[in-house]
Design a protein around this ligand. Sequence first.
Ligand code: COA
Length: 359
Amino acid sequence: MSEVLDEWDELNTDFKELEAHNRAYLKHLEELSGYQKKCQEHIKHQRYRIGIITKKLSKMPKTKENEAQIAELENSILTRKAQLYEIEQTLPKENGLYLKIILGNVNVSILNKEEKFKYKDEYEKFKLILSSICFVMAILNYCIRFRALELSYIFLLVWYYCTLTIRESILKLNGSRIKGWWRFHHFFSTVAAGILLVWPDNDTWLEFRNQFVLFNIYLSFVQYLQFRYQRGVLYRLKALGERHNMDITIEGFHSWMWRGLSFLYPFLFAGYIFTFYNAYTLYKLSFYPSATWHVPVLCAMFFILFLGNTLTTIMVIPIKLHERVKLQYRIMSQRLSSQLLYSKENEESEKQSEDKKLE
Ligand code: COA
């Protein structure tokens, strides 16, 4: 018995240590949220004053004397905006309405750059795996006409697009620059797939089904090309932001990106023409006596998808040309923050080795 009691006493001492560590941890947590709030207030303040300064600058008449000063100040403002964006990425954010409805008030902010990169990489992989499954299912559906298989395929599409909307909202909250249209596109596709699911098995569906399945086979192929491009961008941007990385330059990244885009664009536009053709076929089908409301509604939806995709993809080029300077500053500040982290790590390890020497 005494042996057991001794063991219990020993465990009690360990527990006191655990309690002390927990107290220290809670104190740090409290301090942490205090610092987070302070940083958020500072960012707000910085942005507010930058807004005022920019307004004053735009009203200022440009003369030969102040031209250089104005240009320098404009440059500094752009750098500061990129720095504020980088700082903001290290702070937690409140969920948007959609995430609040779906997940409640769970915090989905990712504060670590490496974790953010992993999440985005995982999102791209998820899309690739699901589009490969959809590719196989679409081929099966093309070869076999079996209603249960058809419905399970369309149900998979509903689930897939719905999941994408959640993942993309989390990405957006964590600083992704994904355009509103692509997010809307996936909400819209969820609804379209839902309508396809309830479209009765009549002759209008039979007329459209094979075309729809072929369209999805093509879409899976385009999604594979998109995956290769997006992954390339992701890894190259990561390498660019790393300190002392000489393997890749901003110039190199840009020339790779334009090459990637010019390869991808013809396939994307072929997909948009296919989308338009879907709308056209549905338009013709809507005159059939057996046509239900699903046909004109889907016709309008495919047409909207065609318009939105085409316009957004065309608009990417001029936006990217203007974003060049912004990207340079973003990478500069990314390198700066990793440099600061590096010198801090060095300082700490030097301090530790000095302490060891003293011991
Ligand atoms: N779906 C999800 N995310 C997308 C996206 C899309 N279609 N297009 C761009 N993004 C993301 C990028 O990954 C990037 O994310 P990040 O900020 O987290 O790094 C962000 O949005 C900004 O991207 P941007 O710089 O504007 O474009 P890009 O160079 O990454 O991609 C395209 C440009 C045109 C290649 C891309 O938008 C695309 O593939 N569009 C076509 C989509 C389509 O038409 N699908 C239907 C197929 S028929």
